[in-house]
Design a protein around this ligand. Structure first.
Ligand code: GDP
Ligand code: MG
Length: 182
């Protein structure tokens, strides 16, 4: 895969030289599509099989509202719900909490992440119902997603990592818009 990786320890140093930067973290249960969304945003491609045990931080130079911004994306993988959340709670400038619309367990599971963020007063949060292409197997209504988002003060989107790039980019750029700092 042809996109840049950076290790967490480099981020603070890199941030000092950067005119604008934004750190995004993707949270949610295994299988919800965090890696697929991350890879789609970074490469415009859908990778259907991505190592489920891989957690890493990627960096991309983006232009959002005509402004250059260095976007770092932490694609997390937790084996069992929110653990060691310290690694991203203060690092992240915005949070993307992902579930699959065709999997009720993932919708329940993502609420543990929303509770963790609420407990630490962390914002902004984007709640993402992924796998919109699986609409015919939907288990979580759009209304349920919207309700959960409003309970936790999140912005809500339904997306698909395997459909058009622009709608995925729009979601990530909206997260940057809300999370970026100069
Ligand atoms: P993660 O554990 O949250 O990182 O999930 P992955 O990105 O590894 O995705 C889990 C599985 O769901 C993989 O088989 C992906 O191919 C699939 N997947 C991810 N996003 C989508 C999507 O938008 N639509 C469909 N149909 N499958 C997806
Ligand atoms: Mg993954």
């Amino acid at each position: 895969l042809m996109f840049g990786k950076v290790k967490p320890c480099n981020c603070a140093a890199a941030a000092d030289r950067s005119p604008a930067q934004c750190n995004l973290v993707l949270l949610g249960v295994t299988g919800s599509g965090k890696s697929a969304l991350t890879v789609k945003f970074l490469t415009k491609r859908f990778i259907s099989e991505y190592d489920p045990h891989l957690e890493d931080i990627y960096s991309s130079e983006e232009t959002v509202d005509q402004q250059p911004v260095t976007v770092r994306v932490m694609d997390t993988c937790d084996q069992e719900g929110p653990v060691n959340s310290e690694r991203y709670l203060s690092w992240a400038s915005a949070f993307l909490v992902v579930y699959s619309i065709n999997n009720m367990e993932s919708f329940k599971g993502c609420q543990l992440y929303l509770h963790t963020l609420a407990l630490h007063n962390k914002t902004p949060i984007m709640l993402l119902g992924n796998k919109l292409d699986m609409d015919r197997y939907r288990q979580v209504s759009r209304c349920d997603g919207e309700l959960l988002a409003s309970r936790f003060g999140c912005v809500f989107f339904e997306v698909s990592a395997c459909q058009d790039f622009l709608s995925v980019q729009r979601v990530f750029h909206e997260a940057v818009r809300r999370g970026r700092s100069l």
